[in-house]
Write a protein that binds this ligand. Structure first.
Ligand SMILES: *Cc1c(COP(=O)(O)O)cnc(C)c1O
Length: 360
């Protein structure tokens, strides 16, 4: 089986972890500080604050910007549920905008339609590793005085107009094992605003700057030095990992573009797409998406559907009153599936994928 995702952990990561274990300092310590500095440098921001998941990064970023009850946050329903759950956890209300048909990213025209006097922030998601339409989104933010929190949990190292994602507004990243780099579980917030970084550091540690003095409401969302040690090694490998993803994606596209029945990933020329996922859209009249996925599975090719049910259609969201109609997103959810392009696959795997896709 060619898996849809696989973390690449080498001897260097194993040594880094055992060194931390032997040091005796295993919770948040110097490794976390070093990882934050290295990640901020890679992203091109002046600050980074490490936490224990991408979900925590989103939640802390929202809290650091004082977003809460009474506020509305516009985001995309074509994402992992963490994007909007983090909004709900602050007491604010997620408001869903529709997406572009070709890139699957949030549509700025739809954002404008959803703005009300309560709108406080926008969370664009750089889905599958490709930046959202940041030029249009930053203009909307400027015009309406809105905060931008980027969900870059799938887009480590991606750029838009040559600028790294996570450096347009306040960035949030995940280091879950399937992501472009991993720390086991983990996340990080990137920002150029000193006060946002300071507040984020307090929120991740029960609202305290000085131990046992609590200035605001916080929680324990800290990253461990064990995780940060893995992150430091993985970050050094990130550019090579991404280059392999891009090269694998190009290899697939150069052959699959001759076949019918599906539409290849749409690429915005302003973006360096780092292919967290290589996602095609099925438009065949003879075979359904689910039949394609099941055939590929039988032939040993792992696939993923990201995401089969948009967030506004999830049972919990329906229960709390969401009943939007977002046709472009809903159509995408019924047509997409992803093929493996992660750095753990080789030329033979790519040939197998191309051969089996040709049999469809
Ligand atoms: C993975 C992911 C998250 C959440 O990250 P965790 O580390 O799993 O908490 C949030 N948003 C998107 C788009 C993701 O892909």
């Amino acid at each position: 089986m060619i898996p849809i995702a696989k973390p690449l952990i080498g001897e260097e990561e194993i040594k880094a972890v055992t060194d931390v274990l032997r040091s005796g300092i295993i919770a948040e310590g110097q490794k976390v500080k070093d990882f934050e500095a290295a990640f901020a440098d890679h992203t091109g921001t002046s600050h980074a604050v490490a936490v224990n998941s991408g979900t925590a990064a989103l939640h802390v970023a929202l809290m650091a910007h004082n977003i809460g009850a009474g506020d509305e946050v516009i985001t995309t329903p074509f994402s992992f549920v963490a994007t909007s759950n983090s909004v709900l956890f602050t007491g604010a209300k997620p408001v869903f905008a529709d997406i572009y048909e070709n890139t699957f990213n949030i549509d700025p025209e739809s954002i404008i339609e959803k703005i009300t006097p309560k709108t406080k922030a926008i969370i664009p998601v750089h889905l599958y590793g490709q930046a959202a339409d940041m030029k249009a989104i930053m203009e909307i933010a400027d015009d309406h005085d809105l905060i931008i929190i980027e969900d870059a949990c799938q887009a480590h190292g991606a750029t838009y107009d040559g600028k790294k994602v996570g450096s347009f507004g306040t960035g949030t990243f995940s280091f879950y094992p399937t992501k472009n780099m991993t720390t086991g579980e983990g996340g990080i917030i990137t920002t150029n605003e000193k006060t946002v970084a300071e507040r984020a550091k307090m929120i991740r540690s029960h609202g305290s700057r000085v131990r046992y003095f609590h200035e605001m409401l916080g929680y324990n969302l800290r990253m461990t030095d064990i995780a940060a040690a893995i992150g430091l090694v993985q970050l050094k490998k990130l550019d090579n990992f991404n280059n392999a993803r891009i090269s694998n994606a190009n290899a697939l596209s150069s052959k699959l573009n001759k076949m019918t029945g599906f539409i290849l990933p749409g690429i915005d020329k302003r973006c360096r797409h780092v292919f967290h996922q290589y996602t095609v859209r099925v438009n065949s009249s003879t075979i359904s998406r689910d039949e394609m996925v099941s055939y590929l599975g039988k032939k040993g090719i792992g696939t993923g559907i990201y995401y089969p049910l948009p967030i506004h259609k999830q049972p919990y969201y329906k229960e709390i009153g969401f009943n939007d109609s977002l046709p472009v997103c809903e159509k995408a959810a019924s047509e997409v599936f992803s093929l493996p392009v992660h750095p753990g696959i080789n030329k033979a795997d790519l040939d197998t994928i191309i051969k089996v896709m040709g049999e469809l």
